[in-house]
Write a protein that binds this ligand. Sequence first.
Ligand code: FES
Ligand code: FES
Length: 221
Amino acid sequence: MSADDSRPLRLTRRQVLEGGAALAVLGYVQPGFAAEAAPAAPPVLPSDPGVSTLSVRMTINGVGRSLALDTRTTLLDTLREHLGFTGTKKGCDHGQCGACTVLVNGRRINACLTLAVLHEGDAVTTIEGLAHGDQLHPLQSAFVHHDGFQCGYCTPGQICSAVGMLGEHQAGMPSLVTEDLESRPELTDTEIRERMSGNICRCSAYPNIVAAIKDAAGEPL
Ligand code: FES
Ligand code: FES
């Protein structure tokens, strides 16, 4: 060991925060949660006469996958437990928190509330599939720029939900607070908060999340 090797590693607070920001928007959580390796190949299920399995083919983040699954397996558990896409988080497992939000054929859904075998032929996008190589998705960049998270646990679901929400707004879909149903509503803070109300943040990073979404949507802040 050289003299240099024996010196303790010193990082500035800014370096630590920048590292954490990158992990959160890419789907990892800090602190205390290690960044995990690339998704593993799906495990082969043991043949259990009491378990009913079905084959299902899906495209996950642009890659075709073929799986034999217990018919009771949720899409969330398929992504996390069978394919290793752990950026999608399990918060409540009851459809109440939005941490598990992913995009299916471009529409946002709670992955904990749907069975994987119902998604034959579907295209699923998780937080790991939003960036193009080193190029972050505009919403990922905006979340970093506006500090749209603290612990980062809800962040993958918030970002996937925001992608779906902006698509719905672009398509002219109204929300519960839209007054004029004839034209596309302005993306006010109230509109964004209503449209994102299915995504809970236990750290209450809401003001910065709203700012990040407005920024990515090109709305005045
Ligand atoms: S884990 Fe799916 S909504 Fe909470
Ligand atoms: S940033 Fe911690 S739960 Fe949202």
